[in-house]
Every structure is written in structure tokens, then in C-alpha cells.
Design a protein around this ligand. Structure first.
Ligand code: ATP
Length: 648
């Protein structure tokens, strides 16, 4: 019997022993007292942000006083490299806390041993060299070139190494220094470009640094007082962010907990009672926890919305307003707010401004664009021909060997070492050994097929299976257990085809997805951008095929524009469709009336800036390359290169 994700999350602390579990329930242990960083290494000449001009009311390095509850740490506390006693001199008597923490890198280590450490060596950075970057806002802190340029803290730096992140991605180069100086941020960067770390690192680092001087939360034993809240639109994405956050926060003393719907609330409550610094949650479950008075947001210093445009669209906006504006969360300026997405329509930017204070706008690549790493194909396929066309694609894929060219997923390194030849043989015959003692099988490259309806997903999954293509499906009518099982089965390659509705469109980072098929195209081009972004991640290339017919004509123009922007070949017939479709409707770039795409910071619009108000204080447009510029800020990482704006 398989264990669910939620089970495994719940098991991790339990595995550490009941005594610890009991002990931790009675009183909250502040994170800085739970662990010490394992390494005494000093960061190498980190950039100090203590003197950076702060546009917010935020004081000092890492954040504001919150609602008058938290005192502000002296700036040397927050600048560990600056000689303050920060986290470098924590009390070692609490080291035992570290023993309770399951090693989140264990699976990765097994995998690496089995792969001979070939996999997960990181991003192909060359793919990001020429990406244009725009920042706007007052006194934008300069970008960095390496993680060592930022004083993130020893324990976090060690985890960055464990993750094999050698260099920051462009969004990380810009977003981390901006956030670490306490500025609010609206960041837009392409799918798969490392946004999760871009908001997690400053949060973890900030919590590590400030706990030394932070007061304890109010004495309310059954209520959790997180310091950071990360909201995401789907359960699976929240689970994924939590998994990432646990890796980044390993042995830092910062504890991340996840809460999402569809899983038993009691287990999540128990986790919260054990203490929480970073709460990763879906909005619905969080509202439930707030209404039960089991979570208070009064200590929140960091608020991050992942997929922020989705979180603020009509579906989620009321819940988000309730959480952020109508409960006890400190207001903008008294907390630090970070909004991230690959797409940011202008009207959503406008809404989002309510949640921010004197923020920096960051766009890496064109707002809402797709990455050039994804080869996009559009084929004209009648509704009635879609299944047979998909079958043709899958057969061709199989014939080309695309189904089995990745390596094996591992389990026991010993097994791998002693049976390398056997494994090669197995790879050749495409054999899978489900026996747990021989837990390795061929990792196939994976195909994700998007459909419009839940019924459509079920029926296509069934049809694929009976036609010899092992498939599974994920959608909102499946139980959480079924959803988790489907995702795990897909990730492992056991069912290398996943049929999905938009529930899987955003944020999910599934290695080896080499092909995304838009069996049914979405109505909104932003949804298309997120869907195809499940492939071509972290510098890898991918293929996206869309089945287009007359039912999709309203998308023709925006699709053609997007493909052109991403240097894709636009079929002549699609250009004709685009020319026929009404001007301005679902058009990219925000140029046409009613255009909903924010090509840049909406504050730069004349209509917004009417009356001479200087909302953004100028923009810098840079190439994202590593010898790159620091813009007009004068931070100096090489010559300043102002390139032609991709936004004008
Ligand atoms: N500096 C780095 N070096 C190497 N790999 C990285 C780095 N930063 C992130 N990654 C990896 O890149 C992949 C994509 O990251 P992530 O999921 O954060 O992308 P994203 O921008 O949030 O995508 P999406 O828009 O789809 O949500 C992950 O597997 C992550 O581990």
C-alpha cells in the first residue's frame, strides 16, 4: 500500500520519537534556540545591506516591527557578517532539536548515488544569459552574481550547496537582494526559473537572523503564530513548496509546516502545535484554521503569494482579502510582501498594489512570456480527430525512443553499484520491477496532457490505458489521496502519461516532463503559458504541442503573438486566424484596448501616474547575463548596459 504525501509529511516528525513529540507540544521553542548552524564557515565578503536606502517604513535589514509586538533587531544582528552576535553565537544546548529533523536530502542522495551523481547538477545557465531584466521602483538594490555575495547565513548556504545550486538564476540574482533589504516586491519571471527559492531564501534568512532579538509569541498554547505565510493556489503546489522550504531550512532552526484542504485537519493541527515559523497553505484551509482560532497572523513579518495573479483573480481574491486584510495580519509597510508569478495582467497588478508598500517591480523576460527553451508546435486538429492525433504523437514518440531515454530511478545505491549491467539490460527491455527489494525501474520521459474538463480527463485516461499507453489523471473531482497517487505514479514513470485539468497547470516542478500536449487549449493565454511551463524547466528544453481548431479562434492572436515573442515558428494558418480574430481581444502586450497583459510595471502607465505622482522612480532595464549590469544603482558588477527595452 502506498503512503500519501500528507502521510509522509505527518510521519516525518513522528519518526523522531514520541518523547520529543510530547516534549515539544507543551511549549513553543523559538527557532533560534532549536538548532545551530552546522558549519562555522563565514560567508565570504558578503554584501551588507545595512545601509541600503529603504523605501518602506521597514527599519534596518530584515524587516519591520510588527504591529508593535516585535521589537526591531539591531542592524548588526541582522548582518551576521558584520560582527554582531546574530545566529553565529547561538546556544548549542538546543542542538538536540536538530536530531528531530528528518533529512530532506535523503531521497536526493539515494538518487544521486544511483545516478552516479549525474543528475540534478543544476541549471543550464547559458540559456539565461541574454534574458532582459526590468526593475522599477525607488532605490532598487543591485543584483548579485553569486549566492556568496549575499549574507544569507551559514546554514542556509550549506543547504544551497546541498541542493547543488551553484549560481543564482536571474530572478534570484535580482529578487533576493531586493527582498533581503526588506523591500516589498512584485516579481514576474518565466516558468521554471527558480522563483520558489527567490522568495524562500530571504524569508528563511530573515527569520534566522532576527530570532535572536524577537520576543516570544503570546501565551496561547493551542494557537500557532507563524512569522511567514506562503500562499499558493493548489494543494499539490503547497506540498511542493513545503518540501522545498524544508530543504532550504534544514538545520537552520526555522520550521516550515504545510496546511491544505483534502487532508485530515487534525494532523495538520498537531504539526502546527509543535511550532511553526513558515506556514505554507492553500487559502481555503487557512481560512478554516483562522476561523477555528488555531492560527494567528499577528506575528507575520513575511507574506509571499506564489502564482500571485491567480491568487488575486476572481476565484481567490475574496479569500485572500479576508486573510490579508480582515484578520490580524500586520498591514503593508509593517510586514514584507512578495508576489511572484510568470504572468501578471495589468488589472491584477493594480489589485495587487493594495497589498504592497513602496514596492519594487521586477520582470525577468517579458511579463507573461514563455521561455525559448520550450519548442512550441500548434497543429490544426478537428475535435473529432483529437484522440487519433494524440495516439499518432505518442506512437511516434515511442518509436523515437523518447519514452525511455532517461536513466533509472533508484532506490538502493548498493543495488545500483552491483547491478549496473543488469540495469542497462533492463533499460533496453523497458522492464519495471515493482518489488520493493528491487525498487528501481526505467524512468521514462513524461508526457503531460491538458484537457478542459474533469470528465474529459477521466475518459481520456481510460482510453489511453485501453490503447496500451499507461496513463493516470488528476483533477478536482478526485480525492486528495487519488490526486497524490496519480502525481506520484506519474513522477516515478510508472504511468508516464498524466491527463490533467488546470489543477496541474501552475507551479508543479516535475523532472523529466519532456512533452506537454494541450489536447484542449485553455481560453486564456496566461493559462497556456503556465501549462507549457511544466516542461523546459531549469534550463532544460521541452516540447509543447497544442491542438487548435475553430473553437479556439479567440486565442489565435495571443497565441501567435506569444509564439513570435518566444522565437517560435508561427504556422501561416494560425497567422490568418490571428488576423481574423477581433483586435484587442485577448491580445498580448496590453497595447490594445481591453488588453489584459501587463508587459511591464503598470505604474509606468500615464493613466496611473497622472498628476505628477512619481510611483516608481524610474526603471532599469538590463541584460540578465552574469557579467551583467547593476543598472543605475551604482552597485557595480561590471559595465552598465542599457539595452533596448523589450517592453516599450
Ligand atoms: N540556482 C539554481 N540552480 C540550480 N537549480 C535551480 C536553482 N534555482 C532553482 N532551481 C531548480 O529549478 C527548478 C524550477 O524552480 P521553481 O519550481 O522554483 O520554478 P518557478 O520559477 O517557481 O516555476 P513556475 O513558474 O512553474 O512556478 C527546480 O527544480 C529548482 O530546484
Amino acid at each position: 500500500m502506498h503512503t500519501s504525501w500528507s502521510d509522509s509529511i505527518q510521519k516525518a516528525p513522528a519518526a523522531a520519537g514520541p518523547a520529543n513529540a510530547r516534549g515539544s507540544r507543551s511549549s513553543y521553542v523559538p527557532p533560534h534556540l532549536r538548532n545551530r548552524p552546522p558549519s562555522a564557515e563565514q560567508p565570504s565578503a558578503p554584501v551588507s545591506y545595512a545601509g541600503a536606502a529603504m523605501g518602506n517604513d521597514h527599519q534596518g535589514y530584515g524587516g519591520p516591527p510588527v504591529g508593535g509586538i516585535r521589537s526591531v533587531a539591531p542592524s548588526n544582528d541582522r548582518n551576521g557578517g558584520g560582527g554582531g552576535d546574530g545566529w553565529h553565537s547561538r546556544n548549542s544546548s538546543w542542538d538536540r532539536g536538530r536530531e528531530r529533523e528528518a533529512n530532506p536530502f535523503q531521497d536526493t542522495l539515494d538518487t544521486e548515488q544511483a545516478f552516479g551523481a549525474q543528475e540534478s547538477t543544476g541549471i543550464n545557465f547559458d540559456a539565461y544569459e541574454d534574458i532582459p531584466v526590468e526593475t522599477s521602483g525607488k532605490n532598487v538594490p543591485p543584483p548579485v552574481n553569486t549566492f556568496a555575495d549575499i549574507d544569507l547565513g551559514d546554514a542556509l548556504n550549506l543547504n544551497i550547496k546541498r541542493c547543488k545550486y551553484v549560481r543564482p538564476t536571474p530572478v534570484q540574482r535580482y529578487a533576493i537582494p531586493i527582498s533581503i533589504t526588506g523591500r516589498d516586491l512584485m516579481a514576474c519571471a518565466q516558468t521554471g526559473s527558480g522563483k520558489t527559492a527567490a522568495f524562500c531564501f530571504p524569508i528563511i534568512s530573515g527569520i534566522m537572523k532576527s530570532h535572536q532579538s524577537a520576543p516570544r509569541p503570546p501565551r496561547m498554547p493551542r494557537m500557532a503564530f507563524p512569522l511567514a505565510l506562503i500562499l499558493s493556489p493548489t494543494r499539490e503546489l503547497s506540498v511542493q513548496i513545503h518540501e522545498e522550504a524544508k530543504k532550504f531550512a534544514y538545520q537552520t532552526g526555522v520550521r516550515a509546516v504545510v496546511a491544505y484542504g483534502g487532508a485530515p485537519i487534525n494532523q495538520q493541527l498537531r504539526e502546527l502545535e509543535r511550532g511553526v515559523d513558515i506556514l505554507v497553505a492553500t487559502p481555503g484551509r487557512l481560512v478554516d484554521l483562522l476561523e477555528r482560532a488555531r492560527v494567528s497572523l499577528q506575528m507575520i513579518r513575511y507574506l509571499a503569494l506564489d502564482e500571485a495573479d491567480r491568487m488575486l483573480d476572481m476565484g481567490f481574491e475574496p479569500q485572500i482579502r479576508k486573510i490579508v486584510q480582515q484578520m490580524d495580519m500586520p498591514p503593508p509597510g509593517m510586514r514584507q510582501t512578495m508576489l511572484f508569478s510568470a504572468t501578471f495582467p495589468k488589472e491584477i497588478q493594480r489589485l495587487a498594489a493594495d497589498f504592497l508598500s513602496n514596492y519594487v517591480f521586477l520582470a525577468v523576460g517579458r511579463v507573461g512570456s514563455s521561455t525559448d527553451l520550450i519548442v512550441q508546435r500548434v497543429e490544426y486538429v478537428l475535435e473529432t480527430d483529437k484522440r487519433s492525433h494524440l495516439m499518432d504523437l505518442l506512437h511516434a514518440q515511442r518509436a523515437n525512443g523518447d519514452q525511455s531515454k532517461i536513466a533509472a530511478i533508484p532506490c538502493k545505491a548498493i543495488l545500483w553499484n552491483s547491478s549496473r549491467n543488469a540495469l542497462n539490460l533492463l533499460r533496453f527491455f523497458d522492464v519495471w520491477f515493482p518489488d520493493p527489494g528491487l525498487r528501481f525501474w526505467l524512468q521514462q520521459s513524461l508526457t503531460l496532457v491538458f484537457v478542459e474538463t474533469k470528465k474529459g480527463a477521466d475518459s481520456l485516461e481510460h482510453w489511453l490505458c485501453i490503447n496500451g499507453f499507461p496513463a493516470t489523471a488528476i483533477h478536482g473531482d478526485r480525492t486528495q489521496q487519488e490526486r497524490e497517487y496519480a502525481l506520484r505514479s506519474f513522477k516515478s514513470g510508472k504511468t508516464p502519461i498524466l491527463v490533467a485539468t488546470d489543477v496541474a497547470a501552475r507551479g508543479l516542478d516535475i523532472p523529466h516532463v519532456s512533452h506537454v500536449v494541450n489536447f484542449d487549449l485553455p481560453n486564456d493565454i496566461d493559462d497556456y503559458v503556465h501549462r507549457i511551463g511544466r516542461t523546459g524547466r531549469a534550463g532544460k528544453t521541452g516540447l509543447a504541442t497544442a491542438f487548435f481548431n475553430d473553437n479556439n479562434s479567440s486565442l489565435a492572436r495571443s497565441l501567435a503573438d506569444l509564439m513570435q515573442e518566444s522565437n517560435q515558428e508561427v504556422p501561416a494558418w494560425l497567422s490568418r486566424f490571428a488576423a481574423r480574430s477581433s483586435f484587442g481581444k485577448n491580445r498580448r502586450g496590453g497595447g490594445g484596448s481591453g488588453g489584459r497583459f501587463g508587459g511591464r510595471d503598470f505604474r509606468r502607465d500615464a493613466s496611473f501616474n497622472r498628476g505628477g505622482m512619481d510611483f516608481y522612480g524610474g526603471a532599469q532595464i538590463n541584460s540578465g547575463g552574469y557579467g551583467g549590469p547593476a543598472g543605475a544603482y551604482g552597485g557595480g558588477y561590471g559595465p552598465t548596459t542599457t539595452v533596448t527595452s523589450a517592453w516599450d
